[in-house]
Design a protein around this ligand. Structure first.
Ligand code: COA
Length: 327
C-alpha cells in the first residue's frame, strides 16, 4: 500500500501582551479606522524582552504532541520555518527538540518567509512518503515584532508574534496531506527584505541607525503578487488533487491582509463561512499564521471529517504554496 502523511495533532501559542490599534495611534500617524479598513487587523500579540521564538514554538509543539498522543520518544525529527530564529545559529529547531526532551533527533530550521509552514508540510510529506520518517513535528514560529520598524506606519501596524505546530504521521486518522503547488521568484526578492544583518550587509552601528535590520516592504507591490500567487497555488493544488473548487469546505490562508484572503476566497468561489480568518486578533505572524489558524479551526470542530481544506501562503523570497488537506 502507498504511504501517506497525516496531520494527527495541532497546537499554538501566542504571547499574552496585546497591542491594539489604539496603542499604535499613539506611536505613529495612523488610525484604527485606516488599519481595520485596509488590513482587517484590530489587535496583535507581542512578546516581551525575555521571550524568543523557541519559547512560543516549544509550547505549540507540546500541545501538538499532546493532541497526537505522542511521547517524546515517538518524534523522529523537528523542523521549524521561521525568519526570526532565536539566533542565526544554532537553529531554533535544535533548541526546541532538546527542550521537548526528544533526545538526539535531527532538527533544523528552514526559511521561506510567510510560506514557511506550507513549505514545512511539503517537506514532512516528502520525508514520510520516502520512508525516512514516520513521525515529524512541523513548526511555524515567529517574533516579527522583534524586527519591526516601529517608526514605519506602513509596516508596523501589520505584524504580531506567535507559533503553531503540527504532528505529522505516516499513520492516520487525521488530515491527509494531499496535492500541492509551490514556487519562488528571487527576481522580486527586494519587495520584502531585512536588508542588513546577513553576509551581504553585516550589522554595524550605521545599519542599525538606518533601521536596516528591520522589515522593509513595498506593501502595494507585495499585495498584488500575493493575490495572484495564492490564487494560482490553490487552483493548481486542487487540480493536482483532482477535486473541483466547489468541493472545498474550508480555506485556511496566510493571514497577511483580509483583502488578500478575501481575493483568494473569491477566486475559489467560497462564502465567508468557508474561510478561516483570525487576522483581526493576531495580525500577520508570518510562518506561524497558518498553523495557529489550523489549530484554532481544529479545536473549534471545523475540521471534523469529511472535509476538504486548502492552505495557501505567500511570503518573502518571494515564495508561495498551496496544499490540499483531506480530513
Ligand atoms: N495609517 C494611515 N495611512 C497609511 C498607513 C497607516 N498605517 N500606511 C500607509 N498609509 C497611507 C500611505 O502613506 C498612502 O498615503 P498616500 O496615498 O497619501 O501616499 C495610503 O495610505 C495608501 O498606501 P498604500 O501603501 O497604497 O496602501 P495599501 O492599500 O496598499 O495598504 C498595506 C498598505 C501594507 C496594508 C497593503 O499594501 C498590504 O497589506 N500589503 C501586503 C503586505 C503583506 O502581505 N506583507 C507580507 C507578505 S507575506
Amino acid at each position: 500500500m502507498n504511504r501517506e502523511a497525516y496531520i494527527v495533532g495541532t497546537g499554538h501559542c501566542v504571547p499574552e501582551k496585546i497591542l491594539t490599534n489604539a496603542d499604535l495611534e499613539k506611536m505613529v500617524d495612523t488610525t484604527d479606522q485606516w488599519i481595520v479598513e485596509r488590513t482587517g487587523i484590530r489587535t496583535r500579540h507581542i512578546t516581551d524582552d525575555r521571550t524568543a521564538t523557541s519559547d512560543l514554538a516549544l509550547e505549540a509543539s507540546r500541545q501538538a504532541m499532546e493532541s497526537a498522543g505522542w511521547k517524546p520518544s515517538d518524534v523522529q525529527a523537528v523542523i521549524v520555518g521561521t525568519v526570526t530564529p532565536d539566533h542565526a545559529f544554532p537553529s531554533t529547531a535544535c533548541l526546541v527538540a532538546t527542550r521537548l526532551g526528544l533526545g538526539r533527533v535531527p532538527a533544523w530550521d528552514f526559511e521561506a518567509g510567510c510560506t514557511g509552514f506550507v513549505y514545512g508540510l511539503i517537506q514532512a510529506k516528502a520525508f514520510i512518503l520516502s520512508g525516512l520518517f514516520d513521525r515529524i513535528i512541523v513548526i511555524g514560529a515567529e517574533c516579527l515584532t522583534k524586527i519591526t520598524n516601529w517608526d514605519d506606519r506602513t509596516s508596523c501596524i501589520l505584524f504580531g508574534d506567535g507559533a503553531g505546530a503540527v504532528a505529522v504521521s505516516s499513520q492516520g486518522p487525521g488530515g491527509r496531506l494531499g496535492s500541492f503547488h509551490w514556487g519562488s521568484d528571487g527576481n522580486i526578492s527586494d519587495l520584502l527584505i531585512q536588508p542588513a544583518g546577513g553576509s551581504r550587509e553585516p550589522a554595524t552601528c550605521e545599519t542599525v541607525k538606518a533601521h536596516k535590520h528591520t522589515i522593509w516592504m513595498n506593501g502595494s507591490e507585495t499585495f498584488k503578487h500575493a493575490v495572484r500567487a495564492m490564487r494560482d497555488s490553490c487552483l493548481l493544488a486542487l487540480e493536482n488533487e483532482g477535486i473541483p473548487k466547489s468541493e472545498v469546505d474550508l480555506l485556511i490562508s496566510h493571514q497577511a491582509n483580509w483583502r488578500i484572503i478575501d481575493a483568494t476566497a473569491r477566486a475559489l468561489g467560497l462564502s465567508p463561512e468557508q474561510v478561516y480568518v483570525n487576522i483581526d486578533r493576531y495580525g500577520n505572524t508570518s510562518a506561524a499564521s497558518i498553523p495557529i489558524a489550523l489549530d484554532e479551526a481544529m479545536r473549534a470542530g471545523l475540521l471534523a471529517s469529511p472535509k476538504n481544506v486548502v492552505l495557501a501562503a505567500f511570503g518573502a523570497g518571494m515564495t508561495w504554496g498551496g496544499i490540499v488537506i483531506r480530513w
